[in-house]
Structures are given as structure tokens and as C-alpha cells.
Design a protein around this ligand. Structure first.
Ligand code: GRF
Length: 201
């Protein structure tokens, strides 16, 4: 990507990864701007974070629309109005409509709090991921940024960061430690995409 990347972040809850991307843009660690924040949850703290930084927000749910395509078209018109060229999912709990995947091929990223392909897929979100990692007796865990496709947590892996599990880790400590790594990795990946060090094709 030659021009400054224009990112839409999709977030359903707290938005700490959104914050990491906003900070990365403002501090110049990545040549990109967050220009739109989309949420299905009007109470998401992510929306407040966006507003604080003057970033446009869109609250939208598939339930407001008669079918998937009309929902996708409304999303698309908002994305196009902001000339978005990269979508970053960050704790987004809804499925991305097929039309969006089609219109943004290899341009939709997700961050997952484990080392995919392990500990991904249905039910693997939030604390559940870290409980499963500990229950499996893993010695390490980490973070994955990947492209999305039609299967949850399945698309091509772009980057990972690893973390050694301590004997006294519980799901909460692990979640906190992994989240810290997420905040480093997401802006790093975008900087590498901009620099041509990570290819999306
Ligand atoms: C993160 O752990 C992310 O990997 C996962 O959902 C969580 C979102 O956290 N997909 P936040 O809303 O960015 O704080």
C-alpha cells in the first residue's frame, strides 16, 4: 500500500486494541489512521474511545435489515464514504457478511488471543481461550493476527507473538499478559503491511 492506510476498526466491547491502533496512528508508529469505528453494541466502550479522538462511529446490527446483502451494503457505503482500505476486527463478535469479504479481499484482519491454528473457532473468545490453553497444559501461548475468511479464526496467518506460560498463571493473568502483547502486535503488523514487509496478497 503506497498511500497512508485508512482503517475501519470493528469492535463490540472495550476496545483496548482499538486504542492501541489509535495510539499507533497518533504517535506515528504506523503510517495509518483509524477513520471509522463500527460496533454492533451501542454501549461498547470502543465507541467512547473513538469519539474522544474525533473518529466517526457507526452502530449497526444485521437485525435492523431484511437480509444480509442490505446490511452489507449499508456497511459498504459507510466504508466507502471514509475511503477505508483496511478493516481491523478487534473483539468484534459478529460474523462479517460475505459481500464485505468479496469487496475487501485480503483486506480484513483479525486479532486472536492465542497461537492459531490452536485454540480458535467457535466458542474460543475472551477468557474461554485462556482457560482452554491452561487446561491443555500448554507451555506457551500468544497472539495471532490473520486475514479473515468465511470460517472463524481460519484465514492466512500474518504474524504471531509468543509468550511463555508461568506455573502460577491463571486465565485472568494470562488474559492480561496476552492483551498487552496484542497491543504491541496489531500496530506493528500494520506498519509492516505499509512497509511492504507483510504482503496481503
Ligand atoms: C482481544 O483479546 C482480541 O484478541 C479478541 O477480543 C479481545 C478484545 O479486547 N478478539 P479489546 O476489546 O480490544 O479490549
Amino acid at each position: 500500500m503506497n498511500e497512508r492506510i485508512r482503517i475501519a476498526v470493528f469492535a463490540s466491547h472495550g476496545g483496548s486494541n482499538l486504542q492501541a491502533l489509535i495510539d499507533g496512528a497518533e504517535q506515528g508508529t504506523m503510517p495509518a489512521d483509524v477513520v471509522l469505528v463500527v460496533s454492533n453494541n451501542r454501549k461498547a466502550h470502543a465507541l467512547e474511545r473513538a469519539e474522544k479522538h474525533g473518529i466517526r462511529t457507526l452502530v449497526i446490527s444485521d437485525k435492523q435489515f431484511p437480509n444480509e446483502d442490505s446490511y452489507a451494503n449499508e456497511l459498504l457505503s459507510n466504508l466507502r464514504e471514509e475511503s477505508v482500505n483496511l478493516i481491523c476486527l478487534a473483539g468484534y463478535m459478529k460474523k462479517i457478511p460475505k459481500l464485505l469479504l468479496h469487496e475487501y479481499p485480503h483486506r480484513i484482519l483479525n486479532i486472536h488471543p492465542a497461537l492459531l491454528p490452536k485454540f480458535g473457532g467457535k466458542g474460543m473468545y475472551g477468557r474461554h481461550v485462556h482457560e482452554a490453553v491452561l487446561a491443555a497444559g500448554e507451555s506457551e501461548t500468544g497472539v495471532t493476527v490473520h486475514l479473515i475468511d468465511e470460517i472463524y479464526d481460519h484465514g492466512r496467518i500474518l504474524a504471531q507473538k509468543r509468550l511463555t506460560i508461568n506455573v502460577n498463571d491463571d486465565p485472568d493473568t494470562l488474559q492480561k499478559r496476552v492483551l498487552k502483547l496484542e497491543h504491541k502486535l496489531y500496530p506493528e503488523v500494520i506498519a509492516k503491511i505499509a512497509a511492504g514487509e507483510i504482503s496481503l496478497e
